[in-house]
Design a protein around this ligand. Sequence first.
Ligand code: GTP
Ligand code: MG
Length: 707
Amino acid sequence: MNYYESSKIKNIAILGGSKAGKTTLAECMMFEGGVISRMGSVEDKNTVSDYHEVEHERQNSVYSSIMHTEWRGTKINIIDTPGLDDFVGEVIPALRVANTSLLVINAQNGVEVGTEIMMRYLRRYEKPTILVVNQIDHSKADWDRTLESVNSQFSENVVVVQYPYNAGDGFDSIIDVLKMVMYKFPPEGGKPEKLPIPDDQKERADELHNELVEAAAENDEDLMELYFEEGTLTEDQMRDGIRKGMLSRSLLPLFCVASKKNMGSGRLMGFIGNVAPSAADVAPEKTTEDEEIKTTDSDTTLFVFKAANEKHAGSVGYFKVCSGELSSGMELTDSTTGNKAKMNQLYIMDGKNRSPVEKLAAGDIGATVKYKGANTNNTLRSSGDGKKIAPLNFPNPRIRVAVAPTKSGEEEKMGAALNKMHEGDPTLIMELSKELKQTILHAQGELHLQTAKWTLSKEYGVEIEYSKPRISYRETIRAQAEASYKHKKQSGGSGQFGEVFMRIFPWTEGVEMPTDLKVRGQEEIELDWGGKLLYCSAIVGGSIDARFMPAILKGINEVMEEGPLTKSYARDIVVIVYDGKMHPVDSNEISFKIAGGRAFKEAFLNAKPMLLEPIYRLKVLTPDDYTGDIMTDLQGRRALVEGIESEGSLQKIVARVPLAELYKYTTTLSSIAQGRAAYEREFLEYAMVPSDVQAKLVKELAAQEEE
Ligand SMILES: Nc1nc2c(ncn2[C@@H]2O[C@H](COP(=O)(O)OP(=O)(O)OP(=O)(O)O)[C@@H](O)[C@H]2O)c(=O)[nH]1
Ligand SMILES: [Mg+2]
């Protein structure tokens, strides 16, 4: 394997809607670069990228895979990502390590919701982007409509570099307005013949060429001046301007290919090689302290962006060399654990195939095998100074479900497997909920859950079933109440005695204390399950010793943990202990704990207790056609719509929705909008359950507790 310096390394993430042809394009680029001698296909289940069994079965990419190809002395690292948004956990790391992204658009459909979703990630990560219109050979390919959808749905300055001469059946020629030639491909694809632009296309090509020159010049004052003086730019000057425009995302060049037929990928690779920003051109990685780690720094820094448990290789850590140079045998220090790691087995990966390497330059991507500390987000440094690269941020879960093994006794095996899977896919999160007495699985969508089930069965030998997850309700009070309890027990020798008087009322930020009680001491307690308990003493004349106050609090805490109403945690309450009685001999901690708990329970039940439920903020992104139906459905879910605004060509609906109403929302939304809408959600707050719902719930939860 050759060594490539930073300026000769281009990391490319391929993104796009489902089935646009990303995997096929990656295959085609590897073939064209001479890395593989035969082009596999998704149908034949023999592409380099889709090598997992689940991908063969589904005929979809599920995992990101890393490959490389070469073009005239440039190494192009390719990360092929899945198009389905359920697998966004695979897209995030790819975006982080890529210098440029190819956004693949299916010429049959133009910009789809999936394309739009990926474009949003590209904007968020400020990635230089090349638009690649694929499947231009398809009988249903429609160039004009595709271009129109690109122009109407992307606010960016998209500049056409190529357009098809004859899209659809019989496609074989592309007009290139940067090179100002026509490429005509042989029927088997590959190297095209360079022809002059046909007369009937000259005017259109000239016009697009001028637009391209102007767009390139706009990114640099010197170029702009040159352009005014000369009326045009040389090819090198254009490349320079386009690279600058790509880096600032003010220019998105557009290419077209028919990757299945291997038509157009060579020229695209040439453009990536000559124009797209290299590892040395892009902004440096930053540490958690916002310090730059430049490719030119002498310290070697590795950032593990993906950890995978591979069938053939065991645990594989994929990393990017952020600075310095990495050579085989080097000793690095894990910034998290401080452990030393000897980099004995260095590889570059092409799907599941690995090739050993001796040395990798900054910017390059490599892999280690069977190294234990290779967890996602780990940083390894040669200096051992503990600096960490800012971690990848994965999106919030969109779906939750209860999971259990079908065979009892396999809980631990399932737990271990799910933990292992989480290492490779941080968006799949297992939560052992003591509160709900369920294992909850948090994921990105139904397909994500299905894939997890498949993997558990096929790779870990655990059969599971999903069921409706319980909801973490909370209890609180709406009114003030007082209660007292006398605990008295006389049995043989020493007895027990404790009496407590208390007043309770709702806690809110800055709550005022009553004027009729003299509060002498207070303790604000942050509850483990959210919310507050303000515990106050207004004892006069030493009716209860200060040493018993913690015991009373303990009693209150136990009741709050077991919620008097439904056994859900209680929160946001002020308790004032204002009187009581002791016995000179029999009073002890246990007596006051019992008295405190009982008094609190009685007061709680008299203080208009109520249930709180978790509320989520939901953001739905949909084509306008479905807005009405989505709103109607949301109303049936007790949602409060906060706003609708347009985002590009889509509508964004923002609503507050109780979590209890979001079960299987993915499925419903998908059927309403025929898979064209997407959503994300985040926890907002706990809010009151409406009284009619509460009455029903209290019964349900009691029944559940019986079980
Ligand atoms: N006609 C034609 N078909 C193509 C082309 N590229 C891909 N396809 C077909 O489109 C389908 C999807 O191709 P993939 O490469 O799996 O698409 P993808 O974007 O990787 O899909 P996901 O990873 O599942 O999102 C397959 O049936 C391919 O054979 C092309 O250029 N022309
Ligand atoms: Mg794919």
